[in-house]
Design a protein around this ligand. Structure first.
Ligand SMILES: [Zn+2]
Length: 177
């Protein structure tokens, strides 16, 4: 297992639509394990493969608290097949948009279909934080970020801030005479 570098805004790869996975083999399972380790290390509760620069429809989620046993969810080709009319809002963050949080409103309940790490088809019904996490991570597979749900003004402000920070990081260190 290995911790992989997480890409962040404004990296254009975050806008890619990821490709479906055709077969769940050992290389896919190894990648899922790396994603999980990377997510735990960050730390975060969800990670999509594109966040480590791999445009494949893979997601890991673990909502267990620090003191609890880990209960990872491995999702291959996940899709939302039903969402409730009822909506709820949660303060969301993203490992690719570090240290930025906003209340986002989404459907309160969803049903998702996916293939698990053994290649078996699964369906889950979720509400609360899991419903939010599923929608947030599946959005990543379609190049959508949670800031896309903000007003244009707010979103542009966040993007600008990250572009500026990226430029600053890229500047060569000051050379002293
Ligand atoms: Zn995210």
């Amino acid at each position: 297992m290995a911790i992989r570098p997480i890409i962040s805004l404004p990296d254009p790869r975050l806008r890619l639509v990821s490709d479906p996975v055709t077969r769940v083999d050992e290389s896919v399972r190894a990648l899922l394990r790396d994603m999980l380790e990377t997510m735990y290390d960050a730390p975060g509760i969800g990670l999509a493969a594109i966040q480590i620069g791999i445009a494949q429809r893979l997601v890991v989620i673990d909502l267990a608290k620090k003191e609890e046993e880990p209960r990872p969810l491995y999702l291959v080709n996940p899709e939302i097949v039903w969402s409730s009319q009822e909506r709820s809002s949660y303060e969301e963050g993203c490992l690719s948009i570090p240290e930025y949080y906003e209340e986002i409103e989404r459907p309160a309940k969803v049903k998702a279909r996916f293939v698990d790490q053994d290649g078996k088809r699964q369906e889950i019904e979720a509400e609360g934080v899991l419903a939010t996490a599923l929608q947030h991570e599946i959005d990543h597979l379609n190049g959508v970020l949670f800031i896309d749900y903000l007003s244009r003004l707010k979103r542009d402000r966040v993007i600008k801030k990250f572009i500026k920070a990226a430029k600053r990081d890229a500047e060569p260190p000051e050379v002293r005479p």
